[in-house]
Ligand binder design. Sequence first.
Ligand code: ADP
Ligand code: MG
Length: 328
Amino acid sequence: MPIGELMAGTSGTPAAKGVPLQADAHTVASVPGAPASGPGADGGAPGASGAGPGDTATATATAGNGTAGAGSAPPVGSGTGLRLSGVARVFGQVVAVSGVDLEVPLHSRLSIVGPSGCGKSTLLALICGLDEPNEGTIDVLGATASAERLRRCAWMPQRDLLLPWRDVLGNAALALENQGVRRRTARQRVGHLVERFGLAGFEEKLPHQLSGGMRQRVSFLRTLVAGKEVLLLDEPFGALDSITRADLQGWLRTALDAEPRTTVLVTHDVEEALLIGERVVVMSARPGRIVAQFDVHLPNAGSRRELIRHPEFAELRDEILSLLEAVA
Ligand code: ADP
Ligand code: MG
């Protein structure tokens, strides 16, 4: 199913046909949990400060699933996607990332692999404006201010951050509701997608009644329906069983081929990085730096099995795996 349909809801409805990838966001949602300021002097997480436990859960979940910030649709088509120049982020004594220069052209897909703790999640939080770098600049579709970056990005965090009191449809529909879609309509729209995401029959279950993989799929669905130009996916398939994971990887690849978005995928799975990314970036252990970039030229068509058997795929996989062993 095309992502445009995901955003618009039901295929066959007028809204679902030819829907642009930008959300036609007509409301301005507040941005709870979104930091307006840069890194605090203590190096703590700016986005989490100041709210009580309950507030934090709500705020983070709201911001963390592509629903933070709406307003008018960001400009698309300038040719500029994401650009990071000399980005560093320090948490107290810990230099999480340093000297990161990165370009992701509009509508292209970048995968980031690197050892645990090398700053991959930090980079995504920086790009989407939930955090600010200590050094360097970040440009997202022409915007550098954190609130503007946030408006342009749908971020799927590593932890699912579902709202515990909302059922599957309610959680998945949150992004649409934040864009002003009525609750019932939003539930209907995502309701058409639950089967594709392996959630049929669980529409009214609460997060604690779901497996980890199911929660992750709800979070993934919520991110995609947010309808933002930039998709930031932090190990989106990490908790899934291998069959569901392969299925959703294939689906995402096809969907992004059909309706491209500017995508950054963080993963520890080199095959996943190659299947989805048009370019793969390898980071070093902390302080995370970019040590290599690989362009991936695989045929568009072709089953997962064919792609994995492709000589270029095997060659790149081996090269990246050896590099990861060397930098870990
Ligand atoms: P990765 O996603 O590659 O596993 P992270 O980006 O989560 O790595 O973390 C990189 C480093 O920054 C780690 O050492 C982590 O402990 C530290 N870090 C990340 N976020 C914070 C934070 N909010 N406060 C303090 N340290 C942090
Ligand atoms: Mg991480």
